[in-house]
Design a protein around this ligand. Structure first.
Ligand code: MN
Length: 284
């Protein structure tokens, strides 16, 4: 057993609006380069308070090509509709795993009921890259409800992990992925700790949504901070200072060039030009 060491910690990332519905901190971005592969983006939205409104806030129709978007709702409601005929509303604990593949147009808004009531919205949007051979795959949509996500209880009553994707101690998450990816929603009690096994060679990241942790006995990661780990090593040791909510991400790196522009992420500039042409010509 060798520790995956912390290489850096993203702090004070600021917030910006995506549409008029999501006030986000961008914790990972494809501009950071191949270090974050197989992930491309991690936006942490909220928690933000919204007053009641008849018109749901959000992002109007927009395209994606070349990757998957994963939306995890912690509080509030999000509705999605796309031109491949998929639509749905997800709430607390639910996850939407959308494969943009060769191209999708979709709308992402607060749920209608949530908008009428008003309240707190807290969610994550993660972008997971597709390997070159799957970038032009058919668009897909997995609605993964809270009740379908297995919960692993940690030893010693330390807390619990919802396994959304990948595998933890023999428990497999429901998400179908193109490459090996772990997405774990973890809660640790204050003063408790756990050791997580993550394969050697995988990229790994831990975002603290609430609380604060110490990693590998040395590195303090505070609220709204994200730790980057070495690919080398196969364990991450976490102790929680107080009750904490963590998003633990890990994945096998995709060793291919990443060229991104806005909502399109491909392997070459030529493919980006084609994506823009196809979108403008209505071929999505
Ligand atoms: Mn989108």
């Amino acid at each position: 057993m060798t520790a995956k060491n912390v290489t850096r910690i993203a702090r004070d990332t600021g917030r910006h609006w995506v549409g008029d519905g999501f006030q986000v901190s961008t914790m990972l971005s494809y501009n950071m380069g191949p270090e974050i592969s197989p992930f491309l983006l991690l936006d942490y939205a909220g928690p933000s308070e919204f007053p009641p409104s008849d018109a749901p806030r959000g992002v109007e129709r927009h395209p994606h090509r070349g990757f998957e978007t994963v939306t995890i709702v912690y509080e509030g409601e999000v509705e999605h509709g796309d031109n491949a005929g998929h639509s749905g509303k997800i709430g607390r604990g639910d996850v939407q795993w959308m494969t943009a593949g060769r191209g999708i147009l979709h709308v992402e808004k607060h749920g209608r009921e949530f908008s009428r009531r008003g309240g707190t919205l807290e969610m994550i949007q993660l972008w997971v890259n597709l390997p070159a051979r799957h970038k032009m795959t058919e668009p897909g949509y997995q609605e993964i409800l809270d009740k379908d996500i297995p919960v692993v209880e940690l030893e010693g009553g330390a807390g619990e992990i919802r396994v959304i994707a990948g595998e933890l101690g023999g428990t497999r998450g429901p998400a179908r992925t193109f490459t090996p990816v772990n997405v774990w929603d973890a809660r640790l009690g204050g003063g408790k700790g756990a050791v997580f096994e993550i394969p050697d060679g995988f990229s790994a990241f831990t975002l603290v949504l609430k609380g604060g942790i110490v990693v590998n006995g040395a590195e303090e990661i505070g609220e709204r901070e994200l730790a980057f780990f070495t690919r080398e090593g196969d364990t991450i040791t976490v102790e929680a200072d107080r009750d904490s909510t963590l998003l633990i991400l890990a994945g096998e790196p995709i060793d291919e060039p990443v060229v991104g522009q806005g909502p399109f992420v491909m392997n070459t500039h030529e493919e980006i030009r084609r994506a823009i042409d196809d979108y403008r010509a209505g071929r999505f």
